[in-house]
Design a protein around this ligand. Structure first.
Ligand code: GSH
Length: 244
């Protein structure tokens, strides 16, 4: 059977057939949209018309992909089981959905060896793909923080802050025409006051999860998932064992 044509319209449908029931979402973009907002040193080394996809994990990822992955016992003793699970899920989806296609995958935790810079800027990619608005200091008029830097944060229109950006897939050699128009991510935190609240909650007390509720989400992480991520990585295997 001939493999289906990969283009801007079909790419996320093909991918979602494999990963949406495991708690992942995919959003297409053109490399040019990403490169246009970044300085040369941070751009992706691909033609501006190249097709790419940003992959997010939603609250379901933990119960639908991670716990079953751990139950198979293939990650005993590794220090990065979440990253391994995400990598395994995305690699399997690529081989299943795009057999024979060259897809370069960068994960959120990967650094470039020479510069030690991240392989891609996850929040920028999610924003330009229209997946989640990246709220930054510059989005707050007359911000009250002087020269105390505040890190920005992405908010998803359905999950608020209850999601994570996991990977950028670049479909080398697949070019997107100029008929594809970029959509802005929904601006779900439009007021100055709420943006101040968001950036302060994220920068000063991210561990209490409150910034994630800046909009009412359709779903949050389960108590089990919160307990897992609130536990230090070294103590997480004991927690998994306790859960049986
Ligand atoms: N590298 C470790 C592993 O692979 O198990 C730790 C992974 C980890 O805790 N990642 C965080 C995460 O997934 C940071 S991206 N958090 C979910 C969230 O913050 O929503």
């Amino acid at each position: 059977m001939a493999s289906p044509t990969v283009n801007f319209e079909t790419v996320t449908r093909l991918l979602d057939d494999s990963i949406s029931n495991l708690g992942f979402e995919s959003h297409p973009l053109k490399i040019g949209w990403y490169n246009d907002v970044l300085p040369a040193s941070l751009r992706q080394p691909h033609h501006e018309d190249t097709l790419a996809v940003v992959v997010l994990s939603t609250p379901d990822m933990f119960e639908r992909a991670f716990l079953p992955f751990m139950e198979k016992g293939c990650c005993q003793g590794v220090s990065d089981p979440i990253d391994q699970c995400v990598k395994h899920t995305i690699n399997s989806a690529i081989s299943q959905s795009f057999p024979g296609k060259k897809v370069e995958v960068s994960y959120d935790y990967e650094m470039l060896p020479a510069s030690r810079k991240p392989k891609f800027l996850a929040q920028t990619a999610a924003h330009v793909a229209g997946a989640a608005y990246y709220y930054q200091e510059a989005d707050v008029t007359d911000h009250p923080w002087g020269d105390k830097k505040k890190f920005g944060v992405c908010i998803h229109p359905r999950f608020g802050g209850w999601f994570a950006i996991r990977a950028l897939l670049v479909f080398e050699g697949v070019q997107v025409g100029c008929e594809v128009l970029q959509s802005s991510p929904p601006d779900c935190v439009p007021s100055r006051e709420a943006r101040i609240q968001l950036l302060e909650d994220f920068n000063l007390r991210w561990q209490d999860w409150k910034y994630r509720d800046i909009i009412p989400p359709v779903q949050r992480y389960s108590q089990r998932q919160r307990d897992y991520f609130s536990t230090r990585p070294a103590q997480r295997p004991a927690l998994l064992q306790e859960w049986g």
